[in-house]
Ligand binder design. Structure first.
Ligand code: HEC
Length: 138
């Protein structure tokens, strides 16, 4: 299960992702496929918990993490926070960064428990599709 995979050894992630976030250029995805992935309880080749285990796509419904509706506002708050140490400057970048490096910025009021290895267990296309879907939620 994904929840125990934290801390001990940092997992190397493909450096292309750091470059994508730094450059702010990302592959485009397919929102419909992202929606299906978002709503799957187990995803990726390490059979990790899926997004819907912790996030809703309904306004104000908090499971473990924040609802993904209003994500644009949360991204703006992050960019204005002195605690934000990430490199993203756009909503799209913030979403990629949040999935690949969840610990770079922990949304205030929430536990730092998001699964760490989506960057290894999901494909680049999976990540792009999820971002395409999440940006439809606003
Ligand atoms: C084990 C529970 C868990 C799972 C599974 C999980 N998340 Fe999270 N996620 C969190 C928590 C808790 C936070 C808030 C703390 C933080 O920022 O790390 C968060 C934060 C986020 C954020 C940024 C914070 C914000 O403003 O909403 C995004 C984007 C996000 N998650 C997307 C996803 C996506 C997409 C998936 C599936 C690929 C996913 N999460 C799976 C728990 C989870």
């Amino acid at each position: 299960m994904g929840l125990t995979a934290c801390n001990a050894t940092p997992v190397p992630i493909d450096p292309k992702y750091n470059a994508m976030i730094a450059n702010g250029s990302f592959p485009s995805g397919e929102a419909a496929r992202g929606k299906t992935l978002f709503n799957s309880r187990i995803i990726g080749k390490q059979a990790a918990s899926g997004c819907i285990v912790c996030h809703s796509a309904e306004p104000g419904v908090i499971i473990i993490g924040p609802s993904q509706v209003g994500i644009a506002t949360l991204a703006e708050e992050a960019f204005h926070s002195p605690d934000y140490k990430g490199k993203a400057t756009t909503l799209e970048g913030y979403l990629w960064e949040s999935m690949l490096f969840p610990a770079v910025y922990v949304t205030p009021g929430y536990p730092d428990v998001m699964y760490r290895d989506y960057g290894k267990s999901l494909t680049e296309q999976d990540l792009a599709d999820l971002v395409a879907y999440l940006t439809t939620l606003k």
